[in-house]
Design a protein around this ligand. Structure first.
Ligand SMILES: Cc1cc2nc3c(=O)[nH]c(=O)nc-3n(C[C@H](O)[C@H](O)[C@H](O)COP(=O)(O)OP(=O)(O)OC[C@H]3O[C@@H](n4cnc5c(N)ncnc54)[C@H](O)[C@@H]3O)c2cc1C
Length: 512
């Protein structure tokens, strides 16, 4: 396998490890983009059960009906507070995503429309994929491919990974339902919870939860803690009815004063619906996706029940007789999509539990606690954070193996409070003359970028005398002893993290 020595499974000297990423949803695609844009040199393979990228933000298309497409999961995404994820600017510039500027409304239990202000999925800056939501995943993969990183990138679609096996000496084996080995990799990244959550047992009748089973005997307390956190998560389900409406009837739907309709508490209770999304199709038809919650295992009965609920809730708005029991007019096609884990319920995998270096397992996805939890924003942010941590880890490995040439020239690897930290200094662009302290070749205006855990801190240099120090008033980084920098955090009291530079190993004995 590229990047590994055959006997040990350890990445070869100077080579980045190979990565098996389970899932090509937003998180898997964003992880690939973040890693490759950060210079990841190992192979990355995305393993995806679906037919293409996107996951819960995918678009259904038809080979026989080119004008037909439906966003059957998330119809848009929003970014709330905080800095824009790094990948947003190139996605917008590349025309993969665009701002979402459609009208939205909220239906109450009496059937009255009101403003959709309170909807948490509609707050902040709103975006969508330009030619369908799957453009988000496709755009991320295109950024990954265009990065020029030396490693390879591959997507295996329509492939369910069923079994995981820890390799003797480190790394992972992936196998399909028959037990046949699909691939090997140095690191395993889960971007979905299917292989780690007990619902796999109930839903598919699997006797064991694959990653729980594979982790036994590894003695990795970090992985066990992560698995316990995932196992305790609850997932909200959705049963979505997708209607394709022929042009004459579509005109009525498209004349409604909203493209997205939320249902308030009483309306949810009354009709069992959460949202309704109206999506115009190129040829005058439209798609209507009703996001429902119902316990009806039979698909045909679920379709009938959901269509009746949509009819009852919207009949007056569509000019049909309320309670008349009329079927919806002009429905050309009815389909059902069941999302067994549509949204993770509150909680989530703590961000500091997402990397388990001992067993070489990592996690990202909307189930990671933090900003954007349970939404596309969380998938993007957790993938970006994981890419930073994996890149820092590999840099540590390179330093430890004496191959610092793979690191940026001005990046230095440390271990702080047990976790890898990468410090990249930038000497800024201010005029040096006349500024008193230019120690170590730095001047005020210089910054240091610290990448540690899920943090990326850019700290400006202080004008203090002596060796360079950097602070934003909350974090403090100073190099009185370059081998053991002072790393402090002020949060009421001052917290100090012990840091040591990671020594670069000397060349192998034979090379001296
Ligand atoms: C109906 C619905 C409406 C939504 N609306 C919104 C919204 O308006 N705004 C918003 O921000 N978010 C919304 N969301 C949530 C949003 O879709 C998710 O937060 C986001 O897409 C999660 O991305 P992810 O990559 O973390 O996970 P996923 O998209 O779930 O990706 C994980 C991928 O891993 C694959 N996978 C898992 N296990 C295996 C395996 N063993 N082998 C192979 N492949 C595997 C899965 O097929 C999946 O494609 C909605 C979700 C649903 C279902």
């Amino acid at each position: 396998m590229a990047g590994s020595t055959a006997e040990s499974g350890q990445p070869g000297p100077g080579a980045a490890p190979s990565l098996a990423v389970i899932g090509a949803g937003v998180a898997g695609c964003a992880l690939a983009a973040g890693l490759r844009r950060g210079g990841w040199g190992g192979s990355i393979v995305l393993w995806e059960a679906g037919r293409g990228p996107g996951g819960r933000a995918a678009t259904r298309r038809s080979r026989h009906d080119p004008g037909w497409q439906i966003d059957h999961g998330a119809p848009l995404f929003n970014l709330l507070d905080g800095p824009e994820p790094d990948l947003m600017a190139p996605l917008l510039a590349g025309g993969w995503i665009e701002p979402w500027r459609e009208p939205a409304a909220l239906l109450d239990g009496e059937g009255h429309l009101g403003p959709a202000d309170g909807d948490p999925l509609l707050r902040g800056r709103l975006y969508r994929g330009r030619r369908g939501m799957d453009d988000l995943g496709r755009g991320l993969l295109s950024l990954a491919a265009a990065s020029g990183s030396p490693g390879t990138l591959d997507g295996r679609y329509g492939t369910l990974v069923r079994h995981l096996k820890a390799r003797h000496g480190g790394g992972w084996r992936l196998a399909d339902a028959t037990g046949a080995v699909q691939a090997e990799a140095d690191w395993l990244v889960l971007t979905g919870t299917l292989l780690a959550h007990p619902r796999a047992r109930e839903r598919f009748g699997w006797p064991q939860v694959p990653l729980q089973q594979a982790s036994r005997g590894l003695g990795d307390a970090g992985l066990e803690a992560a698995l316990a956190a995932i196992a305790s998560m609850e997932m909200d389900e959705r049963t979505n009815l997708m209607l394709t409406i022929e042009p004459a009837a579509a005109a009525r739907w498209l004349a409604l004063p909203f493209r997205l309709l939320g249902f308030d508490g009483p309306a949810r209770l009354r009709w069992g619906l959460r949202r309704l999304s109206i999506q115009p199709l190129a040829d005058g038809r439209c798609a209507v996706v009703a996001h429902g919650v119902l316990e009806e295992p039979d698909d045909a009965a679920a379709i009938t029940a959901l269509e009746a609920a949509v009819g009852a809730a919207l009949a007056p708005l569509l000019g049909q007789r309320p309670g008349g029991g009329e079927a919806l007019a002009g429905v050309e096609r009815r389909q059902l999509m069941r999302w067994g884990a549509a949204f993770p319920a509150a909680g989530g995998l703590p961000a500091d539990a997402t990397v388990c270096p001992r067993s070489r397992v990592a996690f990202c996805g909307d189930f990671v606690a933090g900003p954007g939890f349970g939404r596309i924003e969380g998938a993007l942010r957790s993938a970006q954070a994981l890419a930073g941590r994996l890149l820092a880890l590999v840099l540590l490995l390179c330093f430890a193996q004496g191959s610092p040439a793979t690191a940026a020239a001005d990046a230095i690897a440390y271990r702080c409070d047990g976790d890898p930290l990468l410090a990249t200094s930038d000497n800024g662009a201010v005029d040096a003359p006349g500024i008193p302290n230019t120690a170590a070749g730095t001047v005020p205006g210089a910054t240091v970028l610290l990448e540690w855990r899920d943090l990326r801190l850019q700290l400006p240099r202080t004008n203090n005398a002596g060796p360079p120090s950097y602070t934003d008033g909350i974090w403090w980084w100073s190099l009185e002893d370059p081998a053991q920098p002072r790393f402090l955090h002020r949060r009421g009291a001052i917290e100090s993290f012990s840091c040591q530079a990671v020594p670069a190993a000397g060349p192998p004995a034979g090379d001296r």
